[in-house]
Ligand binder design. Structure first.
Ligand code: DGJ
Length: 726
């Protein structure tokens, strides 16, 4: 719902539980007014009176512009007395960059404008577009705000237009700028930091004067920092208090910043990373920035997460796929690595069929001359030496066993030892005279060049056309280091990383449209590109290369801060774990992997008879709860970063059933009689937990709780909670 009050030039945008208010102040600047609990439209005048006017510059005052420094602006600019970091910097031909963006008009329309060639929300109820014009240049900016009555997420992005005739260079083009509402509150920022095999660990630090900047400069969103930040107010906890989320729907290098001034105003903004960025706009051209999903919760971090989960499922992920039952896969990577042949794969496929697995995914090593990670990337044709008869016998074996077949690609990469590189050494990202960095022995293809994206599209399409393939795992295993393309002019090299990201989007869009029956899973050396942009193309993403039954609780906990459980691809792997060497029970690995799109990643032929029985039980269990994984509400109960336990539950939207998984990491002799409070149930319904022999009201289960089970190290539990019908 978008409300405009002509008298005060104010706007109230409201979603399910929040309102966001802005107004045009007397100097013509677009000022932020309110972000928080839902309020009525009639409150706007009151808000402007109590909050707006006191900061509103008086145009009569000769120094009016200087007041921009303390103005909670919706778009920061440089050179008129606002000394904070700007939202947009537009450099003219003479090198000047000062701007003064003022309101010129607005429009309210139904729906949302799709952004061509970029991920964006698939729908919205209404969009407000406010156009600002620079007093000193020919740049106009559209600030877009999209809202939906049924969502707690507000979508913001910007579009810059050069309305003049001479070239203007954008040196910074962020997607949004906003302000935290209450200077008397103590705010903290949560970010999801990590590394390979340890992605998305929540880190919370208090905000103080100065700038907090989280970013990626790696050419993709990265393992190290997710393009998401939550700001927690005062004593916000998992289940109570106010918090705000900022999630960039972007897979490239990004930046999100908070900046607190000495008068305690906090500006939050972000978008495409401005580090070494530049984008030339000729007269008449425009530049459109990625969308950001802002979210408000008055129910703590848990509420924020659930709102984001609903948002990604309803507005971003492919509607055709999002609630579709996911196949239970067996992936051969950790079973064989590069060392496989027909017989080895046949044995795994035969065993998978006996255990009830749905799909076999052939990972890295099936193409070119790829017997290790030094060669073959780019040669997307079957290694017939390794796989006698090509993919056909493997696919036939799957079919004979009633399994579907999936295949691994790493479309953005090239090995120097490949036919593709020998034919086109200039297709790799590198600069003549500079020895390129190798990551995992490979180089990255220059996806800023359309002919290279076209080539990869055709090569991958050929394999998909010629074989019966139901599923693609799309990997990406290194950062971009030499930001340079010989195809870009010297003064346009700042466009390189964003153009690369657009090339990735282009390929994803084209392949997914050309092969609508193929399910595409994302991956980037584990969970290096787990972001809202990637989720637009990939309904699920390989969460991490760390499949250890303990470490995974932390990775999945952190990932769930904003991404839905169904988007996390989670596999049971071998023991001792290949990444950590830890020994965890088979049951625990299965329980943790059931909180996501589940599968197996080990040599099934090496399992004991007892383990095989457990696989069957795990699959039966998964088929019972996969509806909850796809549709339910997640409640995080025991924080693996703060306690020696992990526990989460998923509750059906209608609260008739729930699924709980927990793990105890380390035994403690004195650690008994601890109570675990459940969450998300209906207080007035009566439930049974069969595994515990408990029947109680939702109120009792959530207020008093149930005892934590006493278990050996890394022991786990699974509970099914069902409503009793009377
Ligand atoms: C990294 C992925 O995360 C793994 O699952 C596997 O596909 C390897 N790459 C293959 O090279």
């Amino acid at each position: 719902m978008i409300y405009f009050d002509k008298l005060s030039d104010g706007f109230i945008l409201s979603g399910k539980n929040y309102s966001y208010a802005i107004f045009v102040n007397r100097a013509g600047y677009l000022q932020h007014l309110y972000y928080g609990k839902k309020i009525g439209e009639s409150d706007l005048a009151f808000l402007i009176k109590t909050q707006g006017e006191k900061l509103s510059p008086n145009p009569e005052d000769i120094n009016a512009d200087m007041l921009t420094d303390c103005m909670p602006s919706e778009c920061g600019f440089f050179g008129r007395g606002d000394f904070r970091s700007a939202t947009v910097i537009a450099e003219r031909e003479d090198g000047s960059v000062m701007s003064s963006f003022k309101y010129v008009k607005h429009a309210i329309s139904g729906g949302v404008a799709r952004i061509k060639g970029q991920p964006c929300v698939r729908k919205a109820d209404n969009t407000l577009t406010i156009t600002l014009k620079d007093d000193f240049s020919d740049i106009e900016i559209d600030l877009n705000y999209s809202v939906s009555d049924n969502s707690d997420v507000l979508i913001k992005n910007t579009e810059m237009r050069n309305t003049g005739k001479t070239c203007i260079k954008l040196k910074k083009a962020f997607s949004f700028c906003t302000n935290l509402p209450d200077i008397d509150k103590q705010y903290s920022a949560l970010r999801l930091a990590g590394s390979w095999a340890s992605e998305r660990r929540p880190v919370i630090t208090p905000l103080a004067e100065g700038t907090l900047r989280i970013e990626s400069t790696r050419g993709y969103s990265s393992h190290q920092m997710n393009p998401f930040m939550a700001i927690l107010a005062d004593s916000c906890t998992e289940n109570s208090g106010e918090c705000y989320g900022f999630n960039l729907l972007y897979s490239g290098s990004f930046a999100l910043t908070t900046e607190m001034t000495s008068d305690k105003n906090i500006r939050v903004q972000g978008g495409i990373n401005d580090y070494l960025f530049g984008w030339e706009l000729d007269g008449g051209e425009s530049f459109i920035t990625p969308q950001t999903a802002l979210c408000y919760s008055a129910e703590g971090l848990g509420g924020l997460s659930r709102a984001y989960h609903d948002f990604f499922r309803e507005y971003v992920i492919d509607p055709k796929r999002v609630y579709e039952r996911r196949p239970i896969v067996i992936n051969n990577w950790e079973a064989t690595y590069f060392n496989f042949d027909n017989e080895k794969l046949f044995a795994i496929i035969d065993e998978a069929a006996k255990l009830g697995i749905d799909m076999f995914v052939l990972d890295d090593g099936w193409f070119g001359k790829r017997n290790d990670d030094k060669s073959g990337l780019g040669d997307w044709f079957v290694n017939n030496k390794k796989l006698k008869g090509g993919l056909k016998p493997i696919i036939d074996r799957c079919k004979k066993n009633g399994l579907k077949f999936g295949l691994w690609f790493e479309p953005e990469m090239i090995s120097e030892d490949s036919d593709l590189y020998r034919a086109h050494p200039d297709w790799a990202i590198k600069k003549e005279g500079v020895e390129p960095c190798r990551g995992r022995n490979q180089l990255v293809l220059d996806f800023t060049r359309k002919e290279i994206v076209d080539y990869v599209f055709n090569a991958v399409s050929k394999v998909l056309k010629e074989n019966d393939i139901s599923y693609v795992k799309w990997d990406k295993n290194r950062d971009i280091t030499e930001n340079f393309s010989a195809s870009l002019l010297a003064d346009r090299q700042g466009e390189f990383l964003h153009r690369y990201t657009l090339g990735f989007y282009d390929l994803a869009e084209r392949l997914i449209s050309a092969f609508p029956d193929v399910f595409f899973e994302g991956c980037a050396g584990g969970g290096g590109r787990f972001d809202g942009g990637a989720l637009y193309y990939f309904p699920q993403i390989w969460t991490s290369d760390d499949t250890d039954g303990l470490e995974r609780t932390k990775i999945q906990w952190g990932t769930s801060m904003c991404y839905p459980v169904s988007a996390m691809s989670c596999h049971v792997s071998a023991c001792p774990n290949h990444q950590t060497q830890r020994i965890t029970p088979f049951k625990t690995r299965g329980a943790i992997a059931s909180f996501g799109a589940t599968g197996y990643e080990l040599d099934l032929t090496k399992l004991t008879a007892e383990e095989k029985e457990q696989v069957k039980e795990q699959i039966a269990n998964y088929k019972r709860i996969d509806g909850l994984v796809l549709n339910g509400d997640l409640f995080r109960l025991a924080n693996p970063f703060e306690t020696d336990y992990f526990c989460e539950m998923i509750v059906a939207k209608d609260k008739t059933e729930a699924y709980v998984v927990g793990e105890r990491f380390r035994g403690d002799p004195c650690d008994h009689d601890r109570l675990l409070k459940l969450n998300g149930l209906d207080e007035n319904k009566t439930y049974t937990i069969k595994e515990l022999g408990v029947t109680a009201s939702g109120k009792a289960l959530m207020s008093a709780g149930v005892y934590y089970p006493r278990l050996p190290d890394c022991g786990s539990w699974i509970w099914h909670i069902e409503k009793i019908t009377k």
